[in-house]
Write a new protein. Sequence first.
Length: 172
Amino acid sequence: MNTIKKTAVMSLPVSDKRTYVWSAVFVMCNIALPQLCHLVPGGGLVWLPVYLFTLVAAYKFGLAAGLLTAILSPLANNLGFGMPPAEMLPVILCKSVLLAIAASYFANRAGRVALWAVAAAVVAYQAAGTLVEWGITGSLSAALQDIRVGWPGLLTQIFGGCLVMRLINSKQ
């Protein structure tokens, strides 16, 4: 396996058990964080918590871990807590998958945890996700909600995501 530098990213294959271990950790984090955010009225819409650890999984550990986290997190939250609502699942699943793809792509381009690459991943998935949501809902206003209302969550994804990945790197 690669020698891991302080800021290194990995692309774990589907056959590696660490893919599933890390994915399980990130799914649990993506279950706990939304529960905390939903204690505040509108907290989910502002903080977009179900995306943070999908970003970390895909950026730090690769597309397989990212996709597992992206798909299982919203489904587990919906089944366990009814959030996100079932009618929003297609949009959130699409955005989660787009985030996993973008994060994995920019991580491979940067080769390390880089603020510009994490920001590029967030901007890319939001741009594509806005178009997808507009297509699914037919509402441009609804599609722009993550940007208009959720900008604190987008900033948290960028800066908090970098922080979480650097903390993981420091423990490895």
